[in-house]
Design a protein around this ligand. Sequence first.
Ligand code: BES
Ligand code: MN
Ligand code: ZN
Length: 482
Amino acid sequence: MKYSLTDGTLHELRTPCLVASLKTAKSVARALGHSDIFSRSTADFKDQAEQILVINLPGAVSRLLIVGGAEAAMSADAYRKMANAAANALLKLPVKQAVMALAGSRAQGKNTEWKLRTLTHAMSYAAYRYGKHKSKAPAAPDLNTLRLHVANKKDAANAMKFGNALDAGLALSRDLGNEPPNVCNPTYVLREARKLGRHPNVKVTSLNEKQMADANMGAFLAVSKGSDTPGHLIVIQYNGGKRGEAPVALVGKGITFDTGGISLKPPPAMDEMKFDMCGAAAVLGATKAAIEAGLKLNLVTVVAAAENMPSGGATRPGDIVTSSSGKTIEILNTDAEGRLVLCDALTHVQKFKPSTIIDVATLTGACIVALGSHASAVYANDESLAKALLKAGDESGDKAWQMPLWDEYQSALKSNFADMANVGGRDAGSVTAACFLSRFVEETQWAHMDVAGSAFMGGPRKGATGRPVPLLFTYLWEQANG
Ligand code: BES
Ligand code: MN
Ligand code: ZN
């Protein structure tokens, strides 16, 4: 979807569809001399929230898509629901272009920029289709260009930059997540990452398994050694900021399929473990959005891409490995593989001397037990970073919730034979996983996001959500512009 602005007089527009409140639609119909059609067609319309009515008119504005409740003062959440309802209805129409005039509706405490971001985000989310592997691809929506009507274009240009960049980042992230695991293996992830390197300010490099062995990344390699498809540690450097300024670092778990390894997972829903690279997909999507928007900051994104398979060469429960930090790990459960690839990725990213590190991972089933799918979990060694991420979640509607990273939980990782075990007990599984990662970050301010519940959906709407790309991109935007 392409987004742009318009500030013309509404009834002088030429458009196959105008999306507006009942009151605005009425005045446009009147100005066009169609009051009769309008009052007859809207006779039964109650103008309630999330109610939609489409009227066809003869002339320059050939459809009015009327959005219920759009004149009322709304909470931010209600505005978001309205945006989603309007987006879904608009995408069902056989129109290639449309004008949306909902930025004038009132959302408590929110300005025009926020409303435009919310409208474009809703459209991008709703317009996404993934039909690549169907012999008859599902009909994509006809709409490809949306103009957003505003009183003054000047204050709104930034929101369009945001909306167009987020659109691209979300789609990349969801495509990567949805791709089947026989296609999207570590090499595929590397190829996709390299595409970002076409931009002049972007450099993509990677370590293969030999280079990782030379760097003593025994934890990462313990995961990928059971697979015939070799792992890659991918590094994307985007230089949009001042020379020499410390970069923000993003790190993503990219397990392209998680069988559990020798600690094999049970069959039900194992196919969903193709989504175990959604952390990687999210940091790649956020990086793409940052590049598209030309954010004025330096960014280093590290993706740990590997496959967790059982084989004659796979890691056994009880194996002890040495990570590149020098710390030894007793692998008690080969299904706790995300933290193993991430600990070496975290050690590696610190070579770039980042100001901040944020890692994103579908790390634990326990996170889903704790928070379900509505919130991503945030852990941080720094309160201001946690607050900034939660705020970005609130702003973008891509919500997150802070979890404790207290010392009390660290003792769960005790091992009789190595510096630590790779699993704690049954209790607080998402917290002890975060505790494990915390041991591999030295001084840098760092946050970990467990997105096991938010990054994809199971059941009849099975698919990647692209979360937390909106949160991450909002955070990066704020760092660059705030
Ligand atoms: N990728 C899984 C976590 C997961 C499960 C994500 C379900 C999304 C949906 C992770 O690698 C894993 O298997 N974690 C184990 C950890 C346990 C062995 C300590 C888990 O959650 O059971
Ligand atoms: Mn696992
Ligand atoms: Zn996993």
